[in-house]
Design a protein around this ligand. Structure first.
Ligand SMILES: *Cc1c(COP(=O)(O)O)cnc(C)c1O
Length: 390
């Protein structure tokens, strides 16, 4: 058993996810598919799915079938689209669970149709066209054939083509000419599908960036992930939902010129107090931020001293009379001056998506779901309970 008092906490503010969902929805006439892949970007897929559906999302999007089936198993009833599966997957459990399937190839189409026959139910599919990423959709030269075959299977009753989808690779740079090329390729894909006799209910191309930047990409459905969790330019008015805190494990007072951590890359320049936190790069804090990162201690930014260890970091807290058990805020929405996931991503030269999904996979971080905003870390919150039991 883990000692919970010594575990970092990732608190998820569902009022923020709800507000983000509503704000994103207000920016488009299209319906919203909420993307909850990778355990909702580390925020918890089942809990997030419930919140977004209650606040205007009408569909859910995930990568794998396992993710889709987990949601179904938890009682989520909204349409769910799964878009990355092997071409020879047995799709019958998915069809049986009414999971919609992205179909990027004739092999996937055959497998979806076979799954439908086995499940004795029509497979709902979204034909997936590559509009310029060379990643997971059908190549343009394969598209007409894919549409023709899908129309034949639709006539035979094994599949229903519910949607056409594409994905833009450069939508975070609105001026990039690849966006227009992608939109044009998607429009052309729609014409080819129509000529093949398909009449899909949904056309979807835009994700968060295109939703915010490019109304001409919206069609009737947008797939938003990042924005739900507050990952977007600050001007969008979205809010980060995750707050990460860790309790101080121990403190030590040290003189000036004390070398801290592996390889002695950092040295105190005055007598100071060091606080040890039970979280490290194995929990998803990027080691590349050593010597740049700061955290919030008693409302003030404090430097992370030296290299990050796998399971621990050391904070230089100056003359703060901080005690074991006291929570330190590592990141949050920024309300109280704490660094945000965007700050951390900047230090690590990555994107907040990578940071948040990594934190979400740590089995040592306790995740808590709140239906109110996260209050500032109270000083000595956990201290009493530590003292009472030791
Ligand atoms: C991740 C993903 C999305 C969501 O993109 P965001 O930028 O996070 O909104 C949409 N569609 C596909 C195919 C994706 O892989």
């Amino acid at each position: 058993m883990n000692d919970e008092r010594l575990q970092p906490q990732l608190r998820i503010d569902h009022t923020a996810i709800a507000a983000n969902t509503r704000l994103l929805h207000s920016r488009t006439k299209a319906a919203l598919m909420a993307v909850v892949k990778a355990d909702a970007f580390g925020h918890g897929a089942v809990e997030t799915a419930r919140t977004v559906v209650a606040h205007g999302a009408t569909q859910l999007g995930v990568t794998t079938l396992a993710e889709a089936l987990e949601l179904r198993g938890s009682g989520v009833r909204a349409p769910i689209l799964s878009w990355l599966n092997a071409p020879d997957t047995d799709f019958s459990p998915a069809v049986d669970a009414r999971v919609d399937l992205a179909v990027p190839s004739t092999e996937h189409l055959r497998a979806a149709s076979a799954g439908a026959r086995k499940a004795a139910r029509t497979a709902r599919i979204h034909l997936h066209m590559d509009v310029g990423m060379a990643r997971d959709g059908a190549a343009p030269h394969q598209w007409p054939d894919l549409c023709t075959r899908a129309a034949a299977l639709e006539a035979a009753g094994t599949v229903k083509v519910t949607g056409l989808m594409g994905h833009l690779g450069c939508a975070d740079r609105p001026e990039d000419p690849h966006n227009r090329a992608g939109r044009d390729a998607f429009a052309q894909a729609g014409r080819v599908a129509r000529q093949a006799g398909l009449r899909p209910a949904h056309h979807h191309l835009a994700a968060t960036s295109a939703l915010l930047n490019d109304p001409s990409s919206h069609h009737d459905l947008v797939r938003v992930g990042a924005g739900l969790y507050g990952i977007a330019p600050a001007s969008a008015g979205l809010r980060f939902a995750a707050t990460l805190t860790a309790p101080v494990v121990s403190v030590r007072d040290v003189p000036a010129n004390t070398a801290v951590g592996y390889a002695h890359t950092w040295t105190t320049h005055r007598p100071t107090r060091l606080a040890l936190l039970p979280i490290g790069y194995a929990d998803g804090l990027p080691r590349a931020t050593s010597h740049q990162a700061h955290v919030l201690v008693r409302g003030r930014p404090r430097t992370v001293a030296g290299m990050f260890s796998m399971d621990q970091i050391v904070i230089d807290v100056g003359d703060d009379p901080i005690a074991p058990g006291e929570p330190v805020t590592i990141l949050g929405p920024g309300d109280h001056g704490e660094p945000t996931p965007a700050d951390w991503a900047g230090w690590a030269q990555t994107i907040p998506h990578e940071l948040l999904t990594a934190l979400g996979t740590s089995r040592r971080i306790i995740r808590r779901h709140l239906t109110h905003p996260v209050p500032p870390a109270p000083a000595r919150l956990l201290c009493t309970s530590l003292e009472n039991t030791t």
